[in-house]
Ligand binder design. Structure first.
Ligand SMILES: [Zn+2]
Ligand SMILES: [Zn+2]
Length: 255
C-alpha cells in the first residue's frame, strides 16, 4: 500500500489527470451498462414511462458532468498531496464503520443541498436540467447543471477534508454512491415488493423512490435512504402503495 501511495505522490499531474479521466469514463460506462442490463431484466416492472430519444442538450450536459467530475477528482488528489485530505490504511471494523458514517452523513448533506436546489430562484441555476427529464434512465444520473455537478463535488471534498476515512471505507462508499445513483434512475424497480416492509432495508432508497421525485418535485429528496424524508415530512405519501408501479400518465401527478 505504501509503495502505491509513494508512486501516486510522485506521479506527474498530466498522467494523474489522464488516469482520473479514464477512471471517470469507466465508472460512467459501467453505470450505463449495468443500468441497461437491469432495465432489460426487470422490464416488466416499470416505475416511469419510456423516456424520449436522447437529445443534444442531454448529451452536452453529460459530457460537462464527466469533465467536472474529473476536475473534482483531480482537486481531491491535489488536496491529498497537500495533506489536507488524509486517508487511514486500516481494513477492520473501523473501515466498515466509515461506510456507514459516509453514507448517512452524505445522505443528510445531500438532502439539505437538494432541498436548497429546489428553492424557486436557485432551481434554474442549480438543478433544472436534471428535472427536464421526468422519465429517468441510467444516463439521467449524469444529466446535471454544471453548478450542480460542482456543488456535489465541493461537498464531497469538504467532507473528506473534515473526516479522515480509510481507503477501504471510502472506496466502498464510492461504489455504493454510483450504485444508488444508477438504481434511482433505472426507470424500473429491481427490488421485490417485500423490501418496502423489510426491517432496516425498507429505509433504503429505491428506484421507485427517486422516480417519484422526478414526477413530483416536492417529495423524496434523499439519495441513499428514506430517513431524512421521513424525519422532515417530505416522503411521498403514496410511496408504499405505488412501490414498483407505473405512475398515472400526465397531467395527473403524485401528491
Ligand atoms: Zn434524478
Ligand atoms: Zn430534485
Amino acid at each position: 500500500m505504501s509503495q502505491l501511495t509513494d508512486a501516486l505522490r510522485s506521479m506527474p499531474y498530466w498522467l494523474v489527470s489522464l488516469f482520473l479521466l479514464v477512471e471517470n469514463l469507466m465508472i460512467f460506462a459501467l453505470a450505463l451498462w449495468v443500468g441497461q442490463m437491469m432495465r432489460r431484466r426487470f422490464a416488466a416492472r416499470p416505475v416511469a414511462h419510456p423516456p424520449k430519444a436522447v437529445d443534444a442538450v442531454e448529451l452536452s450536459l453529460v459530457i460537462s458532468t464527466l469533465l467536472l467530475n474529473t476536475a473534482v477528482t483531480i482537486a481531491g488528489f491535489w488536496l491529498w498531496r497537500k495533506g489536507i485530505v488524509q486517508f487511514r490504511e486500516d481494513t477492520g471494523w473501523h473501515a466498515l464503520l466509515d461506510v456507514l458514517i459516509l453514507l448517512v452523513g452524505m445522505d443528510l448533506a445531500m438532502y439539505i443541498l437538494h432541498r436548497i436546489a429546489h428553492i424557486r430562484w436557485i432551481f434554474p441555476i442549480l438543478h433544472s436540467s436534471h428535472h427536464r427529464y421526468e422519465n429517468p434512465r441510467p444516463l439521467t444520473l449524469f444529466v446535471l447543471n454544471p453548478a450542480e455537478a460542482l456543488s456535489f463535488g465541493v461537498l464531497w471534498l469538504a467532507i473528506i477534508s473534515l473526516y479522515d476515512a480509510s481507503w477501504l471505507g471510502m472506496s466502498i462508499y464510492l461504489v455504493l454512491n454510483v450504485a444508488f445513483g444508477t438504481i434511482g434512475h433505472l426507470g424500473i424497480e429491481p427490488f421485490p415488493d417485500g423490501l418496502k416492509k423489510a426491517p432496516i432495508l425498507k429505509y433504503l432508497s429505491t428506484s421507485t423512490f427517486h422516480a417519484q421525485h422526478h414526477q413530483s418535485v416536492h417529495h423524496n429528496f434523499g439519495f441513499y435512504t428514506l430517513i431524512w424524508d421521513q424525519l422532515f415530512g417530505t416522503l411521498a405519501p403514496r410511496y408504499q402503495e405505488d412501490f414498483g408501479k407505473l405512475p398515472a400518465p400526465d397531467p395527473v401527478k403524485l401528491t
